[in-house]
Design a protein around this ligand. Structure first.
Ligand code: PLP
Length: 370
């Protein structure tokens, strides 16, 4: 048996988006718009920063495993604390789910080109990873239901989805749920919940609970705390109890936990972030469409576009980079001819559309003219 199992050997380390500093240095630019990782362009919630700062005098003490945040979340969402878990980002909790519940012969089922964080975690467990194609860039829930077999253990659904930005509705989910046996765990990843929650068709999974569904949410996006690593999950207390057995005892850190509690109080920051995002979606979608490029209708804080070919996507990505606009090529997700653009500040978005116009004129537009 080799030291490294084949399913680990075949993985590639996660490639994060380019940092602002590395792009600035490579191209000698002053202004960089980083629109590659679905981060909040307004910075972090001020109440989160204040709460986090207050913990700094107690850094010599071990944290309490997220209990304070779990209590606050339980109150906020009218649940028992036993139904809530907090972790190092929602990916931290996903990793615990995979460790706690997957055995060697189990299978994972999801859509093609699912959120890459989940792909990597599931594949690193060495179990069979099965997917069904998108339908019009949406999860094809009936096709997923038809693929459930005796070995299916986990179904992963992100709503809104990353990288497409699309949602499935409450009616669609309820229909799907009827086909899912109780022994199958559904991960409902709601990392972008806050951006979609005002859409009346969006199924806020806190308004109904199923015993085999775990909802995951995060402070990384709308609250601007991606660098802190704090997320949470809601589920039946049996599921949470078993997750708590495998969780690192001292995650999340005490500053992270405090930041989460502070962020929940920051309704002003939430509203401001939603407004900036709504304007960003309008600007980016209109800019893409003006060039004849599709903007997949998004309910999140990013827009996906589809280029004629992988080469076009790569050329546009590089051309934008050279103009100081960092977007996300989706080859690693499994969509080599697509790009994902996160919303930025109003100025970032304008910079992006202008750069896109120039890049498109010299690349795709020119090569496809006539
Ligand atoms: C669908 C989805 N889930 C989870 C995450 C990760 O969130 P966190 O920072 O809480 O680990 C992301 C981040 O991009 C995401 O897009």
């Amino acid at each position: 048996m080799p030291l490294v199992p084949p399913y680990i050997e075949s993985l590639r380390p996660y490639e994060a988006g380019r940092t602002i500093e590395s792009v600035r240095q490579q191209y000698g630019l002053d202004r960089i718009a980083k629109l590659a990782s679905n981060e909040n362009p307004l910075g972090a919630s001020p109440k989160a920063i204040a709460a986090m700062t207050r913990t700094l005098t107690g850094l010599n003490l071990y944290p309490n495993g997220g209990l304070d945040l779990r209590q606050v979340l339980a109150r906020e969402f009218d649940l028992k604390v036993e139904n809530v878990i907090a972790g190092s980002g929602s990916e931290g909790i996903m990793s615990n789910i995979i460790r706690a519940f997957l055995c060697d012969d189990d299978e994972v089922l999801t859509t093609e080109a699912a959120f890459i964080g989940f792909q990597v975690l599931a594949r690193s467990r060495g179990v069979k990873y099965r997917t069904v194609p998108y339908r019009d860039w949406h999860y094809d829930l009936p096709a997923l239901a038809a693929q459930i077999n005796a070995n299916t253990k986990i179904i992963y659904l992100a709503n809104p989805n990353n990288p497409t930005g699309t949602i499935f509705t409450r009616l669609e989910f309820d229909d799907f749920y009827k086909h899912v046996p109780e022994r199958v765990l559904i991960i409902l990843d709601e990392a972008y919940f806050e951006y979609a929650k005002d859409n009346p068709k969006y199924p806020d999974s806190m308004h109904y609970r199923y015993d085999n569904v775990i909802t995951l949410r995060t402070f990384s996006k709308i609250y601007g705390l991606a660098g802190v690593r704090i997320g949470y999950g809601f589920a039946h207390e049996e599921l949470i109890k078993n997750l708590l057995k495998v969780k690192l005892p001292f995650e999340p850190s005490s500053p992270a936990q405090a930041a989460g509690i502070g962020a929940l109080e920051d309704k002003e920051f939430l509203h401001r972030s939603l407004e900036v995002n709504a304007r960003g979606l309008r600007t980016l979608s209109a800019g893409l469409e003006e060039m004849g490029l599709p903007a997949v209708p998004s309910q999140a804080n990013f827009v996906m576009t589809v280029l004629p070919s992988e080469q076009d996507a790569q050329r546009i990505f590089e051309e934008l980079l050279a103009q100081g606009v960092v977007v996300r090529p989706l080859k690693a997700f499994g969509l080599p001819n697509c790009l994902r653009i996160s919303t930025g500040t109003d100025e970032d978005n304008r910079l992006c559309v202008d750069a896109l116009r120039r890049a498109y004129a010299t690349n795709v537009g020119a090569s496809h003219a006539g």
